[in-house]
Design a protein around this ligand. Structure first.
Ligand code: BES
Ligand code: ZN
Ligand code: ZN
Length: 484
């Protein structure tokens, strides 16, 4: 999709035009006859979110109604969803060029609409003989947006696009080595970004017992990728560490996933893809925050020498772990990455994103993120507020000490899963012990990383959900220092 800013004269624009239409607007600028205006008013009264179409063949005029008196976040989300509806209509009409202007609309509402348009236009159609219909060209009324603001948003949306491509790509075409190589190639061309890739030998020398154990059943080597974005001027003295689960495919290992539980498990590296994308977006737009991303990668398979239940592993920090179930593999590779982050970077805040538990999906469905924190109440409060604003929401689960009992092991320091109860929390608790005193936020994104049904502006497949959240969080990160 190509976006450009230009003046748009509503009265004599020759092409398909979209007008966002908030409250308190004068009708003066709409190219509508009196009867049409009455019709529009009536449709708006019936449904304040309606999209009203006037045919000016071969062109069309769309009026996208929205209630601008609602709370800002609600209003913006409404516009993202309406944009998705419009994308579907343009699809059936085979229209690929539009101009967008507005009445009674704020710049951030315009941005939300464009965001919805961009996210909704995405399809994973690289493998289709016939590509899906896409919007080719969007001209935006320059009265609403500055070029820099548009460009910054486009760079963020581009990173979301690439995250979705990675997550949607089957493991046969994207294993750990290939993913690491792509990240390295991208980082090479960026300012203030360094990428270091550890291969199996290096991972062995670092004694990352969790990552190595999970990798044992695979014919493909593991990778551990470290990305660092260090701007010339940063608001933080110590880095923010972003850890992402990079299970390229999760078969469950020897505790193999039954029947259709294995489906969609190509998305089990969404945490790593998300964190890489967030770091790249922050660097693209030169946010003044020093960030490191730590991305452990392997697939989880029941190959010949696969790790087994009852194995006792020694992790990077020396903690021993009794394996109860080889399908609780994400926490094993994350534990090494978290311990490594704490040891080598002494971060002021550590956040992980992981498609960690089916229990998270069962608890809150696909409507948000299950979040937990240890020594990070303030950062999580800010993250929560930001989440409401960008509509990538999270809910905090408790981290009471009683949950630690559920993962005590008879044979080792800790076991990799508890009983059927509170599976999302015990998974988080397992990870939290590797963060030690470092302020730590755990984001279980199992419900939102990959949709099996279309959801508003997300088609079936990877969503990139959490990138906008974490990017907006880093954008406002300075607020945390001020509140200290
Ligand atoms: N990758 C899965 C979690 C998952 C499930 C993500 C469904 C997205 C959708 C994870 O590795 C896993 O298998 N977790 C187990 C843990 C259990 C063995 C303690 C689970 O949730 O069943
Ligand atoms: Zn698993
Ligand atoms: Zn997994």
């Amino acid at each position: 999709m190509v976006y450009s800013l230009a003046p748009i004269n509503t009265k004599d624009y020759d092409g398909t035009m979209v007008v966002l239409y908030g409250n308190e607007v004068s009708d003066r600028n709409l190219p509508l006859a009196k009867r049409e205006l009455e019709y529009l008013k009536q449709r708006r009264e019936e449904d304040s979110k309606s999209i009203v179409r006037f045919d000016r063949l071969p062109n069309h005029l769309f009026v996208v109604n929205f209630d601008s008196e609602k709370q800002a976040a609600q209003c913006q989300e409404q516009l993202r969803r309406s944009a998705a509806k419009l994308v579907a209509i343009l699809d059936t009409l085979k229209v690929d060029t539009i101009a967008v202007t507005a009445e009674g609309t704020l710049p951030e509402e315009m941005v939300a609409f464009l965001e919805g348009l961009t996210l909704a236009d995405y399809r994973f159609d690289r493998y289709k003989s016939q590509a899906a219909h896409h919007i080719a060209k969007v001209t935006i009324d320059q009265a609403f947006l500055k070029q820099e603001e548009l460009d910054a948003n486009l760079r963020l949306w581009n990173r979301i696009h690439w995250c979705r491509e990675w997550v949607n790509t089957p493991v046969a075409d994207l294993n750990a080595a290939e993913f690491a190589e792509q990240l390295e190639t991208i980082a090479r061309d960026m300012d203030h970004v360094e990428c270091t890739v550890f291969d199996k030998k290096k991972i062995e020398s670092l004694r990352m017992g969790g990552l190595l154990a999970v990798n044992r059943g695979s014919v493909d080597e593991p990778r551990f990728v470290v990305l660092e974005y260090k701007p010339a001027v940063a608001v933080n003295a110590k880095p923010v560490a972003l850890v992402g689960k990079g299970i390229m495919y999760d078969t469950g290992g020897l505790n193999i996933k039954p029947d259709d539980y294995m489906q969609e498990m190509k998305s089990d590296m969404a945490g790593a893809a998300t964190m890489a994308s967030v770091l790249f977006a922050a660097a693209d737009n030169q946010l003044p925050v020093h960030i490191v991303a730590l991305l452990p990668m392997t697939d989880n398979r029941p190959g010949f020498n696969a790790y087994a239940a009852d194995d006792i592993l020694t992790m990077y920090d020396g903690t021993t772990v009794e394996v109860i179930n080889t399908d609780a593999e994400g926490r094993l590779i994350l534990a090494d990455a978290i311990a490594f982050a704490v040891d080598k970077y002494n971060p002021e805040l550590l956040i992980d994103a992981a498609t960690l538990t089916g229990a998270a999906v069962r608890t809150i469905s696909t409507f948000g993120i299950a979040a937990m924190q240890q020594n990070a109440a303030n950062p999580l409060s800010l993250l929560k507020v930001v989440g409401e604003q960008v509509y990538e929401r999270l809910v905090e689960f408790p981290f009471w000490e009683e949950y630690d009992e559920l993962i005590k092991s008879d044979m080792a320091d800790v076991k990799n899963c508890g009983t059927a109860q509170a599976g999302t929390i015990t998974a988080g608790k397992f990870l939290a012990r590797f963060a030690k005193q470092t302020p730590y936020i755990h984001l279980d994104i199992a419900g939102v990383a990959y949709f099996t049904k279309p959801q508003h502006y997300y088609a079936v497949g990877a969503s990139g959900y959490s990138i906008r959240l974490l990017y907006a969080f880093l954008q406002t990160y300075d607020l945390l220092n001020k509140s200290r």
